[in-house]
Design a protein around this ligand. Structure first.
Ligand code: ACO
Length: 342
């Protein structure tokens, strides 16, 4: 028994923000952003569109990509997000309801940029435990709402979007079967990337003084880019090597390395460590930025929709993010329809 990928879809909010747009209000430049990160433009939510709406759009597209009866078959919805609609409740039940999936099992999980890998493993676990036969799993992020747009060290990096997959019960030797997985974390470095305010730690510490007592900066992302960069390269490389070993694949077996898009230099550095040639490294950060848990499914959808990723191709997935947390998995790409995200 295995969890098998049976459908994929993605969605980006319509508002495009270019490097030139950012340079109009920030002390930065198109040249700096492109050469240091590989990003040319990204999407921002606007007009009340938020994580739930992005998740619904991506989920609907993944259901359309899956077999015709997918809507009736789905018995669990999982949403990975680090930019929740609100602190409580989870958004997944609302997404299930808005997609007409009825009273199915539904929950959120949080693992920042490794959210898609953790969510894939959790969704596969629902299928393995018998709790579900078909899972709609969505990575959805409106993370730019948590980024201080006056902070040039973080504002250019992030973008909003959602990517979704349908997973069904199947056989380990069929195309689309997920696994093995490699997952890991290092909570001793949690402060390298954090949004300090809004949770129980801040609420308890401010003794009920109210939000006015919290420094404004604490409501936004704080990130130490340089040490994160090093950690990202180290852990994605080690995790990818570990999962390849468990899968009994060599680097030469990998047709596509689909790595979390935090910075094109990180993805290329990992590929170099793995000795993977550049033409097998998937990249779309130039037009989406870092979309956290939506990053890997949006990239898979992009390369499948443009015909580069073909049925039978061997895919290595790897991601790293806040927590710290990281994860990798492999699969042989199945024959699924993918529609370009505009
Ligand atoms: N425009 C112009 N100059 C800038 C900008 C900007 N937007 N931002 C920083 N600079 C300057 C700095 O002030 C610094 O100037 P100085 O040398 O005079 O002091 C110089 O550029 C270099 O700054 P660094 O921070 O060292 O730049 P670096 O090359 O490390 O790139 C970046 C920064 C893009 C953030 C990189 O460190 C990175 O990608 N880190 C990893 C991020 C990551 O992986 N996060 C985890 C996943 S996200 C998640 O989980 C939510």
């Amino acid at each position: 028994m295995a969890a098998v990928l049976a459908g994929i879809g993605g969605f980006l909010p319509p508002r495009v923000v270019t490097n030139e747009d950012l340079s109009a209000t920030l002390d930065t430049s198109d040249e700096w952003i492109r050469t240091r990160t590989g990003i040319s433009e990204r999407r921002f939510v606007s007009g009340g569109l938020s994580t739930g709406g992005l998740a619904v759009e991506a989920g609907a597209r993944a259901l359309r990509s899956a077999r015709a009866d997918a809507v009736d078959a789905v018995d669990a919805v999982v949403v990975a997000t680090t930019s929740p609609e609100r602190l409580c409740p989870a958004v997944a039940p609302e997404v299930a309801s808005r997609l007409g999936l009825g009273q199915v099992a539904a929950f959120d999980l949080t693992s920042a940029c490794s959210g898609f890998l953790y969510g894939l493993a959790a969704s596969a676990g629902l299928i393995a435990s018998g709790a579900a036969d078909t899972v709609l799993f969505i990575g959805a992020e409106a993370f730019t709402t948590l980024v201080n747009q006056q902070d040039r060290s973080t504002a250019p990096i992030f973008g909003d979007g959602a990517g979704a997959v349908v997973l069904r019960r199947g056989e380990p030797d069929e195309p689309g079967a997920l696994g093995p997985f490699d997952l890991g974390s290092d909570g001793s470095l949690a402060d390298l990337l954090a949004v300090p305010a809004g949770g129980s730690r801040q609420r308890s510490a401010d003794g009920g003084l109210g939000h006015g007592a919290v420094p404004t900066g604490d409501w936004y992302l704080r990130m130490e880019g340089r040490p994160l960069y090093q950690q990202a390269v180290e852990h994605m490389t080690r995790s990818a090597q570990s999962v390849l070993k468990h899968a009994d694949w060599s680097v030469a077996d990998v047709d596509w390395f689909v790595g979390h898009q935090a910075n094109v230099r990180i993805v290329r550095a990992v590929a170099e460590e793995l000795e993977l040639p550049e033409e097998r490294v998937a990249v779309n950060i130039d037009r989406v930025g870092n979309t956290l848990s939506a990053s890997v499914p949006l990239l898979l959808n992009d390369i499948a929709a443009r015909g580069d990723l073909r049925p039978g191709d061997r895919v290595l997935l790897s991601a790293f993010g806040a927590g710290l947390s990281w994860g990798s998995a492999v699969l042989v790409w199945p024959d699924v329809a993918a529609v370009p995200v505009s």
